[in-house]
Design a protein around this ligand. Structure first.
Ligand SMILES: N[C@@H](CCC[C@H](N)C(=O)O)C(=O)O
Length: 286
């Protein structure tokens, strides 16, 4: 099976042309193997370009590198837009797609400067929508205290279809992501686990972010996480509605529109290589 590896700010994905079949051509177990950086191709996830329905051009499905299926992926949908344009042979500026995801319809558009701008839809703010039991279901989770790793953190939770728990800190470089990330992800107050973002406010229009992703661990960038962080920043008075978010892999421009309440994310997406998958039998026989 042919695949193309893409990356958006170093958040990397194996893209599979699944346009002629409504069911992903690979199982979640196979995805885990392919994402492995030693025994597989190496990636943060596998993305399938599936047929759309009467309202959409295509459907996106994605497996995280641990085989779980998230609702959405911001960096991934920019990669998918480039992949589809390449497959169709129409890489024209202004080309846009209506893509069905488990978080609703998203609309990526190819920009003049080579970047991809995505209409990421509305954020969800109620505790039951995240979901989290940190507070009552009908309430927002803004600057709530959460005990993690023997420390009390002030957190704000936002769903972009997938769950995010955001903490504003003085210096992102000092956060022990490797140890604290999994504790947030698996905390009992998050029944569907959570993505976790640590944010340093450099200026009201410039944030620095590090992320621990649900089902993928430390990644170089997270598009839904950057959107959720700007929403959290506006709700807590930490940032403007239009912000640059600097991640280890580079920068995203995020706008939370006051007019339509939707998030707009702009950033790069690039093909890395195309290859053919083969299965490798084990040589151990008991
Ligand atoms: N890296 C992605 C998010 C991928 C899904 C996430 N790990 C989850 O389980 O929700 C992004 O760019 O948004």
């Amino acid at each position: 099976m042919e695949f193309t590896k893409y990356q958006g700010l170093g958040n990397d994905f194996i893209l599979v042309d699944n346009r002629h079949n409504a069911i992903p051509l690979l199982s979640s177990k196979e995805a885990i193997k392919l994402c492995d950086r030693h025994f597989g191709i190496g990636a943060d996830g596998v993305i399938f370009a599936l047929p759309g329905d009467e309202n959409t051009d295509y459907t996106m499905r994605i497996f995280n590198s641990d085989g779980s299926e998230p609702q959405m992926c911001g960096n991934g949908i920019r990669c998918l837009a480039r992949f589809l344009a390449k497959l169709e042979g129409i890489e024209t500026v202004g080309k846009s797609y209506r893509i069905q995801t488990l978080a609703g319809i998203m609309i990526p558009r190819l920009e003049e400067d080579g970047q991809v701008k995505v209409d990421m839809g509305n954020p969800f703010l109620l505790a039951k929508e995240i979901p989290t039991t940190l507070t009552k279901g009908e309430e927002k989770v803004v600057n709530q205290f959460l005990e993690v790793g023997g420390q009390s953190w002030s957190v704000t939770c936002v769903s972009m279809g997938n769950p995010h728990c955001i903490t504003f800190v003085d210096n992102v470089a000092t956060i022990p992501l490797e140890t604290i990330g999994p504790m947030f992800e698996h905390h009992a107050v998050f029944p569907e686990r959570t993505n976790t973002e640590f944010i340093e406010v450099v200026r009201s229009d410039y944030l620095k972010m590090r992320v621990w992703e649900r089902g993928a661990g430390i990644t170089l960038a997270c598009g839904t996480g950057a959107c959720a962080s700007v929403v959290a920043g506006v709700l807590t008075g930490n940032c403007d509605r239009l912000c640059t978010v600097e991640l280890p892999g580079g920068c995203l421009t995020i706008e939370w529109s006051e007019q339509d309440n939707r998030l707009y994310m702009t950033g790069p997406a690039e093909a890395v290589f195309t290859g053919v998958m083969r299965t490798t039998p084990t040589n151990c026989k008991e």
